[in-house]
Design a binder for this molecule. Structure first.
Ligand SMILES: N[C@@H](CCC(=O)N[C@@H](CS)C(=O)NCC(=O)O)C(=O)O
Length: 221
């Protein structure tokens, strides 16, 4: 039984939950972070006071992409973790691109349009984020030509971090340039039950609705 700490509406927690869902693993999720706060016991596991963290046997681990990688290596050889070493490296590359590049462009959009109260929002920062994210996604658009997923025909761990952003990108009330390959990729993701269950969780259109959704998801496994 794998334990996960983290609120259900956190993008970084969703990476881990979706991985568990794809691998059909048993888990127990404990609400942590956001309106649930952080317990001292949790801070012993993740002293950074962010979510997620996981425990599998003797191993406790934080950093969402490391958790996705661990679960894929341990339980997803030949599925989420490609057998071929070069393909595994390509999957790693996309995971790193998400946290080194995409995440920084996307963060100001979500923070300023959803998470902050109206008086504290910085529309200029959100607009810059929208432009930068669209430019980055344009690279994906080119890459996805002729591919169903980032590495080809099958979902791998390389898709997971990045695709968690796409639900928000496609569902937010923001301008989006037309990107047919990205749209097709998103539809492939939406056809996966584990993506729908763990990632496609409504986030509302402002911080009050966000908080209501967070509460609505309390305790849901
Ligand atoms: N690099 C870390 C970042 C974790 C992170 O920033 N998590 C956010 C949620 S997505 C968090 O814990 N925020 C504070 C909170 O939820 O209280 C990871 O990928 O795990």
């Amino acid at each position: 039984m794998i334990r996960v700490w983290g609120r259900r509406n956190s993008l970084n927690v969703q990476k881990v939950m979706w991985t568990l869902g794809e691998l059909d693993l048993d888990y127990e999720r404990h609400d942590m972070g956001g309106s649930f706060g952080f317990t001292d016991a949790y801070r012993q596991i993740n002293p950074n006071s962010v979510v997620p963290a996981i425990q599998d046997g003797d191993l406790t681990l934080y950093e969402s992409n490391s958790c996705v990688r661990y679960l894929s290596h341990q339980y997803g050889q030949g599925t989420l973790l490609p057998d071929d070493v070069a393909d595994a490296a390509r999957a790693d590359q996309w995971m790193d691109w998400q946290c080194s590049t995409l995440s920084g462009a996307f963060f100001p959009i979500f923070i300023n349009l959803i998470r902050l109260p109206a008086g504290q929002q910085d529309q200029g920062a959100a607009d810059r984020g929208i432009r930068q994210t669209a430019a980055l996604l344009q690279r994906l658009e080119l890459h996805l030509e002729g591919r169903d997923y980032l590495l080809g025909n099958n979902l791998t761990m390389g898709d997971i971090p990045l695709a968690c952003h796409l639900y928000r990108w496609f569902e937010m009330d923001i301008p989006r340039p037309e990107m047919p390959n990205l749209q097709r990729y998103y539809e492939n993701l939406c056809s996966r039950p584990a993506y729908r269950y763990h990632v496609m969780i409504p986030f509302g259109s402002n911080v009050d609705e966000w908080n209501q959704e967070e509460e609505r998801n309390r305790g849901i496994q």
